[in-house]
Every structure is written in structure tokens, then in C-alpha cells.
Write a protein that binds this ligand. Structure first.
Ligand SMILES: [Zn+2]
Length: 91
């Protein structure tokens, strides 16, 4: 068995299905309205997909002042690969 966990989820930003490492996946605060998620600073954090994470990372790295509480993890260059690409640590 592979030594890692993966969660599948509906992206809180775009609604597509996503897969990621549950401990590393990027999430945004939002709330559920019916079957959709709406961004809400007071909401609970819900995971977002890789495509949305790429866009969010670009905003984080360009210094978007709204994204203040960013985990140092997200600033690591290999974050996306670790969070969203299947690890192949079989050695
Ligand atoms: Zn998405």
C-alpha cells in the first residue's frame, strides 16, 4: 500500500473534482449555499483544486495583501507537487 493519503473533494472555488494530500491541500474560507461554495472570510476552510491553487499561489507570490495568513508551506517551491501530484516515494 502506498504510504500516503489522498482526499477527493469538490473544489470550493470552481466546483471541479479535485484530489490532494489532506494535510497539504490549499483551502479557502467559505460557506456552503445549497450545492455551491461562496467565499466567506468567517467560513470554514474548504479545499480547492490544483488549478485554483496555482492561481492562488500566483496571487500569494505577487503579494496580494488580502492573503495575509499564508502558511510558509505554500511558499515552498515544491508545494504544489507535494500537495497535488501523486507522490512517488517508492524507493
Ligand atoms: Zn478549482
Amino acid at each position: 500500500m502506498p504510504g500516503y493519503m489522498v482526499i477527493t473533494f469538490v473544489c470550493a472555488n470552481c466546483g471541479k473534482m479535485g484530489m490532494a494530500n489532506p494535510e497539504l491541500v490549499m483551502s479557502i474560507p467559505c460557506r456552503r449555499e445549497g450545492r455551491q461554495f461562496v467565499p466567506d472570510p468567517d467560513g470554514q476552510r474548504e479545499p480547492i483544486c490544483r488549478d485554483c491553487a496555482v492561481q492562488a499561489l500566483e496571487r500569494i507570490r505577487s503579494g496580494d495583501p488580502k492573503l495575509t495568513s499564508v502558511s510558509p508551506l505554500l511558499r515552498q517551491p515544491d508545494y504544489l507537487a507535494r500537495a497535488y501530484d501523486q507522490p512517488e516515494e517508492v524507493e
